[in-house]
Design a protein around this ligand. Structure first.
Ligand SMILES: C[S@@+](CC[C@H](N)C(=O)[O-])C[C@H]1O[C@@H](n2cnc3c(N)ncnc32)[C@H](O)[C@@H]1O
Ligand code: SF4
Length: 325
């Protein structure tokens, strides 16, 4: 199987870095000699596995198991606040399982699966979803991200505790937002996880960036590609039976913006044909072929990057998290 440079850069480098340093997130950047060595060895092993054993390793995928939420944050980066009631969904366990099974049908390992939403604790099948993800030998680590407004049941705690070596609870720290104080159980949840030896990810000083309105930026295909290369986010995202390059791409599609935009971006189809191999998203209703995943990871012409404002948003002033509409 052929694999172009981008696939190495974006996918294998991240996987090699995370697995060799036992990290679950962050940009690959070795600092000490030992770290460099581990990283290089890991890259060599992954290349060997890919070329000689035909094994595929994926670094990170997140899945929105519900778009329902207990909050309505003005600057929600997943734009959950903008979804109309009729379009909200929650996955059943069977739907979750089929999507993950189809995604991983031809994958050797996924380093991190992040389960989030919306608010994932609102999903009635969360216990089954976590149990399945944690017992799945292809998945090395599972992160559950919650906004801290709901209790984590004893049943969920015991499932997480049983697999605590690969389980992380990412507790979004909205405690600096005093308006939310009466609704937040963040500190109790932190203590509960600690008492049960479940690892937590908690940012003491969390601040947010303001988000921008979703609209087509007017970028040309060349500018779209440039934008993609500037982006440091590598947060592949599953929404409604589809794998996208990021949650923002998922949201643009959710709002049916892609097709009309194809007509706006001049010469898009001719240009991508010339570049070859463009694949914007992957359907997860059937098992995904290895070649499809490699093409997807190798792509640098995502139409979604024509809508994105993440680079401009990152320059905006920081705001208190989870301000409500
Ligand atoms: C979209 S939320 C979904 C999970 C859950 N509802 C929560 O709020 O934690 C996923 C993550 O995005 C972060 N996030 C949302 N909007 C953000 C923004 N405008 N700036 C920075 N982080 C943001 C949240 O803090 C959370 O850690
Ligand atoms: S809690 Fe806020 S940031 Fe998290 S999904 Fe809900 S609206 Fe978005």
């Amino acid at each position: 199987m052929k694999m172009n440079q981008l696939f190495y850069k974006r996918c294998l480098r991240m996987y090699a870095w995370y697995s060799s340093q036992r990290k679950i997130w962050g940009e690959p950047c070795p600092k000490t000699v030992a770290q460099c060595l581990r990283f290089i060895l890991s890259i060599a092993r992954l290349k060997f596995e890919f070329y000689f054993l035909d094994n595929l390793y994926l670094p990170y995928i997140e899945i929105a198991i519900t778009t329902r939420c207990t909050l309505k944050c003005k600057h929600c980066s997943s734009y959950i606040n903008t979804i109309e009631e009729k379009d909200l969904y929650s996955l059943t366990f069977e739907e979750f399982k089929r999507q993950i099974d189809n995604l991983l049908a031809n994958v050797k390992k996924l380093h991190v699966l992040k389960v989030f939403g919306g608010e994932p604790l609102l999903n009635q099948d969360l216990d089954k979803i976590l149990r399945y993800s944690l017992a799945n030998k292809k998945i090395s680590n599972v992160i559950l991200t919650t906004n801290g407004t709901m209790d984590i049941s004893d049943k969920l705690i015991s499932i997480m505790k049983e697999h605590r070596k690969k389980m992380y609870v990412n507790l979004s720290n909205y405690t600096s937002n005093k308006e939310l104080s009466p609704r937040l159980k963040t500190i109790e949840l932190l203590n509960k996880c600690k008492e049960n030896s479940i690892a937590t990810i908690f940012d003491e000083n969390l601040l947010w960036r303001e988000t921008s309105e979703i609209k087509y930026s007017g970028r040309t295909p060349k500018e779209i590609r440039k934008y993609f290369f500037k982006c440091t986010k590598r947060c592949l995202h599953i929404k409604k039976w589809t794998l996208y390059p990021c949650p923002w791409a998922a949201m643009y599609d959710f709002k049916n913006l892609y097709l009309p935009s194809l007509q706006i971006v001049k010469n898009w189809s001719a240009w991508t044909k010339a570049g070859g191999g463009t694949i914007e998203k992957i359907d997860l209703s059937n098992p995904v072929k290895k070649e499809t995943l490699v093409r997807f990871y190798s792509n640098s012409d995502y139409l979604a990057c024509g809508f994105c404002s993440i680079i401009e948003d990152n320059l905006k002033k920081r705001v208190i998290p989870a301000i409500q509409e």
